[in-house]
Design a protein around this ligand. Structure first.
Ligand code: FES
Ligand code: FE2
Length: 356
């Protein structure tokens, strides 16, 4: 389509203009993308609690949602239908949802069960007194919720490559969790994640574990998969013969799902980064660690995550300052190393088109 903000041909394309990172109006428009699918929790998080309020999603898009595990898992509104109090304030195992404001209670299927002092209220209770439900998807033990009905998650494309990881058998290890503020627009964090181009320049330690020449980027609707090859003798996946990458030395699969979810798969398990936009120039990054074999954590590309993270944040915060320049508008892409960034910018530009 002529006149597209981001040319589909990466060789002639120019990057997302600086104003999309620096203009409050554009920031607000892009934020509507965060009402779609969001990572909620992993099945191992239900081991100790059957009621889990999704506080991180509330920080992302303002919606207070609670996951409830009975025989099945449901995503319900975590807001009392009386006068709007939040219901579950922390993970727990209670048999009912109980409002601490005026004592309204709900069954775990969201149906109103009891309300004091409401005997004289007419047409009460009605269905509008029950808790509304949200869309919920479970893929290999990872739960996602959405407030919109648009688009499904691209699991059918990923199943072949990622099924062998048995993600549902991983176990949350809170010792690996982190929560970092970053003084940068959330899209700069995503841009940086989506290319391995900077690895030799910014991450000397990681560069020793990854074979830079073998780095692969694959793009698909709604996401990007990057595949890091291991240098000889370093930690790699033991792939089954039917796997599409069988015979290759794979150190890591880096999966990004639009807009803000990053799943990093290593032989020891999975680390998850969720980017939360706080303001135009501030973000928060939440990390979660899910472990398969804790003894493998100290080897290979997945062993130096804290060092790599600090190096990335240092760069991103400097870019945040750089793009404020009155003479920087936009750049060009490397066709061999920046396909992921180009794809992300295309998705953003289509999202902005839809909002017109
Ligand atoms: S707000 Fe929940 S009972 Fe009043
Ligand atoms: Fe990096």
């Amino acid at each position: 389509m002529p006149g597209e903000l981001i040319d589909p041909d990466i060789r002639s394309a120019r990057t997302l203009p600086a104003k999309y990172y620096t203009d409050e109006f554009e920031f607000q428009k892009i934020l509507s993308a965060f009402k779609g699918w969001q990572f909620a929790t992993h099945i191992s998080d239900f081991k100790n609690n059957t009621i889990i309020p999704l506080d991180h999603i509330e920080s992302i898009n303002g919606e207070s949602i609670v996951l409830i595990k009975e025989e099945e898992v449901k995503a319900l509104s975590n807001v009392c239908t009386h006068r709007g109090m939040r219901l579950a304030l922390e993970p727990c195992n209670r048999k009912k949802l109980h409002c601490t404001y005026h004592g309204r209670t709900f069954n775990l299927d969201g149906k109103l069960c009891h309300m004091p002092e409401f005997e004289q209220v007419t047409n009460f209770p009605s269905t509008s007194d029950d808790l509304p439900k949200y869309l919920l998807e479970n893929w290999n033990g990872m739960y996602f919720v959405s407030q919109t009905e648009k688009e499904t998650l691209p699991w059918n494309l990923l199943e072949k490559r990622l099924r062998f990881l048995e993600i549902e058998s991983l176990v949350h290890d809170p010792l690996r969790d982190r929560d970092h503020p970053v003084n940068a627009n959330w899209m700069l964090y995503v841009d940086n994640y989506l290319e391995g181009f900077h690895i030799p320049y910014v991450h000397p330690e990681l560069n020793q574990s990854l074979d830079y020449s073998g780095y692969i980027t694959e793009v698909f609707d709604g996401g990007v998969l990057q595949i890091g090859k291991a240098v000889e003798g370093d930690m790699k996946f033991d792939l089954p013969p039917e796997h599409p990458d069988y015979g290759e030395d794979i150190a890591a699969y880096y999966l990004w799902l639009f807009p803000n979810m990053m799943f990093n798969f290593y032989p020891w398990g999975m680390s998850l980064n969720i980017v939360i936009p706080i303001s135009l120039s501030e973000s928060r990054i939440i990390y979660r660690g899910y472990v398969k074999d804790p003894t493998l954590g100290e080897k290979g590309a997945g062993s130096i995550l804290d060092i790599v993270e600090h190096q990335d944040q240092w760069i991103i915060e400097l870019v945040q300052r750089g793009i404020q320049s009155s003479v920087y508008e936009r750049g060009r892409y490397s066709p061999t190393r920046e396909q992921g960034v180009h794809h992300f910018h295309r998705i953003i530009s289509h999202h902005l088109e839809d909002k017109k």
